[in-house]
Design a binder for this molecule. Structure first.
Ligand code: CTP
Ligand SMILES: C[C@](O)(CO)[C@H](O)COP(=O)(O)O
Length: 404
């Protein structure tokens, strides 16, 4: 994001998230006010608080709650660090004003992001756009275009059409220079509830930028809105490569690709020295930037002496899957003069598929010699190389602190 660079000696703006969660949720119904009801496994309120905390580690979080809801709110946000709770009012604008005054009482801040707890899917991209707009204007709101025709209606009859070209659907968070929006809210007549804060800001003469909103940021208003699907994660294809070599020696068993092969020599290593499985393990770890096999299973650790390398490979696959990754395919090449790999290819393919719980068609097994050249050509060792392709969620955006 194109933040205005801080001048020497000038610190970054102090930001606060003001999440309003003091509504009754009457339209949604249910036994609890909707902000405490579970949505996709966690209380609705928690989604937004986590989004702010992930966006900016030092963003203060102020949550406006209803009377006697402190226990519910603390349970919903358990473990999220410092949260200031403030009691709200009858109308949303009363709750916002209470929150702003609490922030002022704590010494104020530079920028405040006023957000409905009822809008769970808040992305860093929307927050970045709002924050950037505040470099030039006192306020900014996320908006979406109107995509349907619009018309007035009366007594069950359609009246004149309304031009939608200049109309926008307004979402939250709504971002403001703190002092300006505090003054605007204090000047707004308490008896006239405002439907949102941009309205209050404009009444005070502030210019409010419109920035691109997000369909996923829809407000949960009715019970059926809880069924809104989670935004699909952004996926990326990731490729990893692995390479390994072990020495051949007499009197050792030969394990290759997870199967035991009859041969006059075997591979020497701390574990069962299965170069093929080691190369695939490294390819999977590499695809997810998870280091290499030696970091996960140090040769210095006696527990891996003679270990079945299938354990290493299964562990790497479980790490990939724990990060939401799906293994697409593996391509393995074994490089040796002897034994001949051809007769064992099918068994190796089946065994690797079994370890990775994949279909054998997802495992390519190839072999080559090096035309009697080099250490493999002289039969001193066996090498293996592997490529793994994984589809995984794109890493979350770095926080602003991390980018600075
Ligand atoms: N007095 C109020 C009213 C609303 N809100 C908050 O403002 C947001 C948007 O309001 P809305 O969706 O209308 O929520 P409710 O007022 O709870 O819903 P309803 O009108 O159905 O009762 C919600 O996060 C709600 O908790 C608030 O903090 N204080
Ligand atoms: C603040 C708001 O979410 C912006 O779209 C909206 O105005 C809230 O309206 P509600 O009537 O309180 O649901």
């Amino acid at each position: 994001m194109n933040d205005v660079p801080s001048l020497p000696g000038q610190s970054a703006p102090r930001r606060a998230a003001l999440i309003v969660a003091a509504g009754k949720g009457l339209r949604a119904g249910g036994s609890l006010p909707k902000q405490y009801a579970l949505h996709q496994g966690k209380p609705l309120l928690r989604h937004s608080a986590e989004a702010f905390a992930a966006w900016q580690r030092d963003c203060a979080i102020i949550v406006v709650i209803g009377e006697a809801q402190r226990t519910l709110a603390e349970a919903a946000l358990e473990g999220l660090g410092d949260v200031t709770y403030v009691t709200g009012g009858v109308e949303r604008s009363d709750s916002v004003r209470a929150g702003l005054m609490a922030i002022a009482a704590q010494g104020g801040c530079d920028r405040v992001f006023i957000h409905d707890a009822a809008r769970p899917h808040l992305s860093a991209a929307v927050l970045d756009r709002l924050d950037e707009a505040l470099n030039t204007l006192a306020g900014a709101v996320p908006v979406l275009p109107v995509v349907d025709s619009l018309a007035r209606g009366n007594d069950g009859l359609m009246q004149e059409a309304v031009d939608r070209a200049a109309l926008w659907r307004i979402q939250t968070p709504q971002a403001f220079h703190f002092d300006s929006i505090l003054a605007a809210h204090l000047a707004w007549p308490v008896s006239a509830p405002a439907s949102d804060d941009s309205q209050v800001a404009r009444a005070a003469g502030l210019d409010v930028a419109i920035v691109q909103g997000d369909e996923a940021l829809r407000k949960i208003t009715f019970a059926e809105d809880f069924a809104m699907p989670a935004p699909l994660p952004q996926l990326m294809t990731r490729t990893g490569m692995g390479y390994d070599v072990h020495r051949l020696a007499s009197g050792e068993e030969l394990w290759l690709g997870g199967i035991r092969i009859e041969h006059d020599k075997g591979l020497v290593g701390h574990s069962d020295a299965d170069v093929a499985l080691h190369a695939i393990t490294d390819a999977l770890l590499g695809a997810m930037a998870l280091g290499d096999i030696g970091e996960h299973f140090p040769p210095s650790d006696p527990q891996w002496r003679g270990a079945d390398s299938a354990r290493f490979l299964a562990h790497a696959a479980s790490l990939v899957r724990a990060k939401g990754g799906e293994i697409v395919n593996i391509d393995l090449t074994v490089i040796c003069e002897a034994p001949k790999i051809g007769p064992h290819k099918r068994a190796i393919q089946q065994r690797i598929a079994e370890i990775l719980t994949l279909h054998p068609d997802q495992i390519g097994v190839k072999a080559t010699t090096t035309e009697r050249l080099g250490f493999t050509g002289r039969g001193e060792g066996i090498a293996a190389q592997a490529v793994a392709n994984v589809i995984a969620p794109a890493p979350s955006q770095p926080t602003k602190d991390e980018r600075a």
